[in-house]
Write a new protein. Structure first.
Ligand code: SF4
Length: 284
């Protein structure tokens, strides 16, 4: 059984004091413990940005990849060994800017991985530039007169890509976020959790106070997570009220279930047919 101390690492944490990433990290540790997953069975993949350090702070198998490529790496790991629990971590710049091309494909394939996006609506690590999810009018050093473009809506993007689990959490509500993480990890298919993660250093608009006044839980208003039209309506809400929870969930065969070869078990445990020596020489 995995305990909290099993997931601790000796690496000093360099996130800014008060950063929303702390709540997200703790919620993920709690989810792994409460789901009773052995840490050796978990692979965490992180990208570039403040979020990327999460793989230093949680003791599971980890891969820190280049900018925007969390989903391809996570997909490859899952294809090689489908017995593993594969969790991708990305920031809003990582996921929805340079890595945006990968989201619709992972979603429509329904590859069985969990995708956690630390969405702070700003580029934090590079000191506060406007990000793809920054809202229209957001002022920063790159948009001193306010952003002209509307911010990307990750939830409607995922819905339009046939994702089978679309959710949003809030780093300031650890209990609720833990429950969403548990459901996302348990989901059979691609699961997106967009996490409202305040950046206390650079985003002076979308703060803990901002969210505390606005977030409400979908499960408390009788939301039907099987209703995709309702999911679109709720996903479009952003203003006086901001919903968190599971917007949409559907059952569809996973990518792995469509391949007969994967029905025989993980590729890493299967015998390779034929002579592969010539192929292996290319990598030596
Ligand atoms: Fe967190 Fe922002 Fe500091 Fe990065 S810059 S660690 S996102 S508060």
């Amino acid at each position: 059984m995995t305990m909290m101390q099993d997931l601790a690492t000796p690496v000093p944490n360099t996130w800014c004091p008060g950063c929303g990433n702390f709540g997200l990290l703790m919620a993920m540790k709690r989810a792994i413990i409460q789901l009773d997953i052995e840490r050796e069975q978990v692979v965490a993949v992180s990208g570039i940005g403040c979020h990327g350090k999460i793989t230093d702070y949680i003791k599971v198998n980890a891969l820190h990849v280049i900018h925007g490529r969390v989903l391809p790496a996570a997909t490859a790991i899952k294809l090689a060994n489908q017995d593993l629990t594969v969790i991708g971590f990305a920031g809003d710049g990582d996921a929805y800017n340079i890595g945006m091309g990968h989201l619709p494909h992972a979603a429509r394939r329904n590859i069985n991985i969990t995708y956690i996006v630390h969405d702070n609506l700003v580029y934090g690590l590079t000191t506060g530039q406007t990000s793809p999810t920054s809202k229209k009018g957001y002022m920063s050093k790159t948009t001193p007169r306010g952003a002209f473009e509307p911010g990307i809506n990750p939830l409607t993007q995922a819905l339009a890509s046939d994702a089978t689990f679309v959710s949003r959490g809030y780093a300031g509500d650890m209990h609720h976020l833990t429950e969403i993480f548990k459901r996302a990890i348990s989901h059979e298919g691609f699961a997106l959790v967009d996490v409202l993660q305040p950046c206390v250093a650079w985003n002076r608009v979308n703060t803990f106070e901002f969210y505390k006044e606005r977030v409400y839980k979908l499960e408390e208003v009788g939301h039907d997570e099987r209703d995709i039209e309702l999911a679109y309506q709720r996903a479009a809400e952003w203003g006086e009220k901001i919903p968190i929870g599971v917007f949409y969930r559907a059952d569809r065969p996973t990518y792995m279930q469509n391949f007969p070869v994967l029905q025989k078990g993980p590729l890493v445990k299967q015998r390779i047919a034929g002579d592969t020596s010539d192929l292996l020489k290319e990598f030596m």
